[in-house]
Design a protein around this ligand. Sequence first.
Ligand code: ZN
Length: 173
Amino acid sequence: MVPIVQKGDPVLRQIAAEVPIEEITSPKIQTVIAHMKKALASQNDGVAIAAPQIGESLRIFVISGNVLTDALRSKDEKIPPLLDMVFINPKILKLSKDKEKMSEGCLSVRWLYGNVDRAKKAKVRAYNEYGNIFEKGGSGLLAQIFQHEIDHLDGVLFVDKAEDVEELPPENH
Ligand code: ZN
């Protein structure tokens, strides 16, 4: 099991370091990515995870394939299950001016939930786990995930920005 770091651990407050491009395919970084996927898969409600959440201060986040599949299936029922998607050294290229209050929680801030103002649409540029650069746009949950995860890489937690924060222990889910 890969433990998920909880609020109060200083690693969650650090500005995470960029991954040198030539190191993306190294065993060290590939192991970090594998551990992130394992930690994410261990949580029923996990939609994404950032490297600091497993104690690695690196600019990497992973989005669960389940989220990506659900997003596409809303348009086409026949989409096969997608794999987890890895974002290394992500940069936000565009945020819509249009914002909405989104309900939010975090694998590192158990078991608090609150509402955060997030841009409705976002576009990011990042490297994948093979070292190839790509761009991805998203709206709704996907846009929210981009913003939440990049906040993690800058030492920001959703509770720093959230309103109406309440505790909902897992037995109430
Ligand atoms: Zn989080």
